[in-house]
Write a protein that binds this ligand. Structure first.
Ligand code: F6P
Ligand code: MG
Length: 485
């Protein structure tokens, strides 16, 4: 098994984002879960008087189970603050219990099994799996996603950027013929698309514990000018390599792009737009497979139910509030028109889902917590280095892909093992044995301490500036590693 020559990021470094996470962010996230259950229980309570005795008995049981989950989540908060040992994940019948517990045993032997001594990557994945076990062990809360409401509310606030992008795609429709014969122009559009998809990762809910609606809209500004302004923040930009890789797929039958998804809502929307561009406007890609997480994960990650509801939400005439017409849309574009553009585009996505041009890597109706031999890997605590040994079926599947796009920060942390690489470490080195096994594209806005593929002097200057460039979400990397045959 591959082992990195550097230690992982953990909580011992007091200036790190890891430390800020355990001290500030996790308590906020856990409190959010408690609030969510509390509100649901409150609604159950309000409904009681109108119920029959049989119905009321069921609701009371639901409320009691909800209270139990609240206590369990509260207990983690308490233990964390006191640096207590992490408990074993209970045998709840869902995937990966053994994997998490075996690693916990190993950490206990090294005396690294308390909340402030565990490696950050392991403990954060463990946290979401532990929380999941509280829901799984109930009768009435198994299908409950404690982050769903938050995901949907933020999605609804993203309408401005969504309408603007729908209009951009509509305008592209008119240029379809000319684009087909003009590869230079196609490349220009490709670059806009890939950047739009990259910055779609800037808004994730586990980070947005303190941002306002206006802040979110600002982060989502789309269009050429906004992108040009942001280009300076891409610390390593390998878009050219990606484009030449894509063009090399010319004439290849059944070329498939895989998206290892990150966040639901606006980011998933940008993934769909990029995927749509690839299959509709370029001659290089015939199929796109999207890989979700099978349990509620890092607050905002896409689950199968999120994936399924996304197109329905986008098509619903009432999902987005009326007043959010794009201010930066062309003057002639009315709210009605941009809604129509969105409708046309999303109908096309639905037809792609029906025909298999777009597909989810697991059945689209999978409930939360269903197991899948390939998809389980994404919610394991493992870095991706040893995917071949740890998830051979997934590895074999990705070997067939023409391009694997890994979205977001957590995927980047797992690609690089979340260790303290010197910033100038080549991406190829940091991703260990999976380098060269399938074509990899990492689209990541920086939201954690780990960084690679950035010149040491650039990193040093940024470190000295005092700016929290490693994790404030303002900087990004676009990294490509080709397959070696
Ligand atoms: O909680 C920390 C973290 O893992 C960070 O890496 C990042 O802030 C977030 O969670 C996940 O980000 P993303 O949604 O881009 O994977
Ligand atoms: Mg995420």
């Amino acid at each position: 098994m591959f082992e990195a020559p550097y230690p992982p990021w953990d909580f011992t470094e007091r200036n790190s984002f890891a430390f800020e996470t355990v001290i500030k962010r996790w308590p906020i996230i856990l409190t959010g879960i408690i609030d969510n259950i509390y509100c649901r229980n409150h609604d159950f309570g309000v409904s009681l008087p109108s119920k029959s005795p049989e119905e009321a008995a069921v609701i009371e049981e639901q409320i009691a189970e909800g209270k139990k989950i609240i206590n369990q989540v509260g207990q983690i908060k308490y233990d964390m603050a006191r640096d207590r040992a992490l408990p074993q994940i209970p045998e709840d019948g869902e995937a990966l219990v053994d994997v998490y517990n075996a690693e916990l045993d190993r950490l206990a032997e090294k005396k690294q099994n308390t909340w402030l001594t565990v490696p950050w990557l392991y403990s954060e994945c463990y946290l979401y799996r532990l929380v999941r076990s509280f829901f799984v062990q109930t009768k009435y809360w198994k299908d409950h996603d404690p982050f769903l409401q938050q995901k949907e509310a933020t999605f609804q606030k993203s309408s401005k950027a969504i309408f603007a992008l729908a209009t951009t795609m509509y305008e592209l429709e008119g240029d379809k013929e000319s684009l087909a014969s003009d590869s230079d122009n196609l490349k220009v559009i490709f670059k806009e698309m890939i950047q739009m998809c990259l910055w779609g990762n800037a808004t994730d809910l586990s980070m947005l514990t303190h941002l306002s609606h206006e802040d979110i809209q600002h982060l989502q500004t789309v269009g050429k000018d906004a992108q040009a302004a942001r280009a300076q923040y891409i610390l390593r930009d390998e878009q050219e390599k990606v484009w030449s890789h894509l063009t090399s797929l010319t004439g290849k039958k059944d070329s498939r792009v895989d998206f290892v998804l990150d966040n639901a809502g606006f980011e998933l929307f940008t993934d769909f737009v990029f995927a749509d561009f690839l299959v509709t406007y370029t001659p290089y890609v015939s199929k796109v497979v999207f890989h979700p997480k099978l349990i509620p994960w890092f607050v905002s990650d896409v689950t199968p139910p999120d994936f399924k509801s996304t197109t329905a939400s986008l098509l619903s005439p009432t999902f987005f509030p009326e007043e959010n017409t794009p201010a930066d849309a062309p003057a002639a574009t009315t709210s009605k028109e941009s809604r129509e553009h969105l409708y046309t585009m999303v109908k096309r996505w639905e037809s792609y889902i029906q025909s298999g041009v777009f597909s989810l890597s697991v059945p689209i109706d999978y409930p939360l917590g269903a197991s899948d031999v390939k998809a389980n890997f994404w919610t394991s605590p493992y870095p991706y280095w040893n995917m071949e040994e740890l998830a051979p079926e997934l590895f074999a599947d990705l070997r067939e892909s023409s391009l694997v796009v890994l979205k977001g920060d957590l995927n980047f942390r797992k690609l690089t093992g979340d260790v303290q690489w010197p910033p100038s470490t080549p991406f190829e080195t940091a991703i260990g044995p999976i380098a060269g096994k399938f074509p990899i594209l990492s689209l990541r806005t920086n939201k954690a301490d780990v960084i690679v593929a950035v010149d040491d002097d650039v990193a040093k200057k940024l470190d000295e500036s005092g700016e929290k460039w490693r994790y404030n979400g303002k900087y990004a990397v676009v990294l490509f590693q080709p397959k070696v045959n």
